[in-house]
Design a protein around this ligand. Sequence first.
Ligand code: ATP
Ligand code: LTN
Length: 334
Amino acid sequence: MIDNKKVLFSGMQATGNLTLGNYLGALKNWVKLSDEYECFYSVVDMHSITVRQDPADFRQKAKNLLALYIAAGLDPQKNCIYYQSHVSGHAELAWILNCFTYMGELNRMTQFKDKSAKHADNINAGLFTYPVLMAADILLYQTDVVPVGIDQLQHLELTRDIAQRFNSIYGDVFTIPEPFIGKTGAKIMSLQDPLKKMSKSDENPNASIYLTDDRDTIIRKFKRAVTDSEAVIKHREEQPGVSNLIEIYSACTGKTFEEVEKEFDGKGYGDFKLAVGETVADILSPLQARHSDILKDKAYLDGIVKENAEKAQYFSNKTLRKVQKKVGFNEKIR
Ligand code: ATP
Ligand code: LTN
């Protein structure tokens, strides 16, 4: 608890081009939760170097992502928005937790298996211990809730196991975090293959709506979205393409699936796809304008980065000192 509020932590990697899936599945929910919780939203740049990055490009992408958090509606005065690499406690706690995590546990992580298959020439130790750094991110702030996509649940379960193991040896040191999965937009599918998740690493640019796409591109991509020959607009298993578009429209407008079906009853796919495209473009255009304004204001952004890193350092230090004491490190003379 901080100021009588429960604590929330989440983070995103600044790799690839963010998609509508990232926005509807993660960012939009973060904004909704930000009043209720004391929030820490990190650009997890230390996680990103488990895969090779071009330094200049990576630096810019991380900055873009941090500005995007703000453009999406997270108030940086109320939410702690910062770069993970600016707060030393993440690496320090990760080392300690490494010594409380078993090889067998890490070997079971599906993301490690997927990523090592994808990057067979660079299966480094960081990729293997990635989930321990993630556990440190979360446990450093005595986090109560972690909004994540379904794909991250296995990492969160491991975080809970590590925390419980540590607590059972040393007493109540860590809060045990709970996952939070958003109700709408939890899994936006590819526009070209509605059985596959919309992903920023998809090779086909028509499969994803990027948050940087302009209005014409968005409308064109929706027009080309794969549907079926049923010619009815219904949210049901037999129509995964149409259902995905209904899901997107519903997440953007707040309307229920039934309301959307009613609105387009008797209309063709062409009209429906155009409406979805226009709605998404109406949401993304102001977001893009805010984003570019924020990026232009270097002094503003620098101020936020500095202040929030200090805030994160302050709260994370409290946990870190406690952990260091528990494991038996001698106290630093200050
Ligand atoms: P990649 O495809 O490169 O693995 P990704 O697009 O899945 O990346 P992540 O960085 O792993 O993105 O995810 C950031 C956040 O966005 C996570 O909380 C994740 O669950 C969410 N997210 C990603 N894709 C989708 C999607 N298609 N629908 C809903 N949420 C998504
Ligand atoms: N592994 C996550 C990103 C991530 C994260 C976290 C999410 C790193 N640390 C802590 C929530 C809490 C991903 O790939 N989406």
